[in-house]
Design a binder for this molecule. Structure first.
Ligand code: NAD
Length: 246
């Protein structure tokens, strides 16, 4: 019997990451999830994933800490022996206008969203190189392309993720490792729940499709980029934004 492919998803216990974990489980991937609390806290999610006849493994850590990233990747390799798909999804916001933004708010967002992506990728790539196979998918944002008042830290981190993605696509293409970024617009998750109804209405007016996205809209693209149907696509930033940024 052919062995399952393995997907490692950072920030995979909530929102977009959780939906992607379930979607890939339905595709037959064994799933490794980076979580922030003790793995026992996620029994419900484990059950939901394992119902698809695949394995599920949780590893606790903070992607912004290099030693955590190193340990988590080691744990996943010990558990599954390989990582075929890496989804760098963990992310935070700490919004404010520059005049009010604290240095720590800038640094925290860069450290999780951009440095965290580096920390995990740096530790995963040697295993992908050995296998001469890999799919790296980085969660960027439309804001990393357009910028957004009140999100200088977040936009800078996501623009950084895009530059990182394109550079790695050039470095790793010859090893059959594809590296792409997804730029979601506004997707309904805890991250966007904090927006007031008034702001949500204003946002919808800027979206040709007239509505916020669902987590499955992003997960369906992750499914495609994780499959062999996308094997000639690398270095791209693919928008899932209802046409918000045309
Ligand atoms: N929701 C949106 O509208 C939207 C739009 C564009 C991009 N994104 C991006 O999509 C990704 C997922 O966002 P979401 O909306 O699902 O958010 P969410 O807040 O629902 O989930 C974020 C996940 O990241 C994890 N996380 C946070 N800090 C971490 C750290 N230091 N180490 C490890 N894990 C950490 C959280 O535990 C959580 O599981 C993020 O990178 C976000 O920037 C979201």
């Amino acid at each position: 019997m052919e062995e399952n492919r393995v997907a490692f998803i950072t920030g995979g216990t909530a929102g977009i990451g959780r939906e992607c974990a379930l979607t890939l489980a339905k595709e037959g991937f064994d799933i490794a999830i980076n979580c922030r609390k003790e793995p026992e806290e996620y029994e419900e999610q484990r059950k939901e994933i394992e119902e698809n006849n695949v394995k599920c493994f949780f590893t606790k850590g903070d992607v912004s800490k290099y030693e955590d990233a190193e340990r988590m990747v080691k744990e996943v390799i010990e558990e599954f022996g390989k990582i075929d798909v890496l989804l760098n999804n963990a992310g935070i916001t700490k919004d404010n206008l520059l005049m009010r933004m604290k240095k720590a708010d800038f640094e925290d967002v860069i450290n999780v969203n951009l440095v965290g992506t580096f920390n995990i990728t740096k530790n995963v790539v040697p295993y992908m190189m050995k296998k001469r196979y890999g799919r790296i998918i980085n969660m960027a944002s439309v804001v990393g392309i357009s910028g957004n008042a009140g999100q200088a830290n977040y936009a800078a981190s996501k623009a950084g993720v895009i530059g990182f993605t394109k550079s790695l696509a050039k470095e790793l293409g010859s090893r059959n490792i594809l590296v792409n970024a997804i730029a979601p617009g506004y997707i309904k998750t805890a991250m966007t729940d904090v927006l007031s109804d008034k702001i949500k209405e204003q946002i919808k007016e800027q979206i040709p499709l007239g509505t916020l996205g669902e987590t499955k809209d992003v997960a369906n693209l992750v499914k495609f980029l994780s499959s062999n149907d996308s094997s000639y696509i690398t270095g791209q930033v693919i928008h899932v934004d209802g046409g918000m940024l045309i």
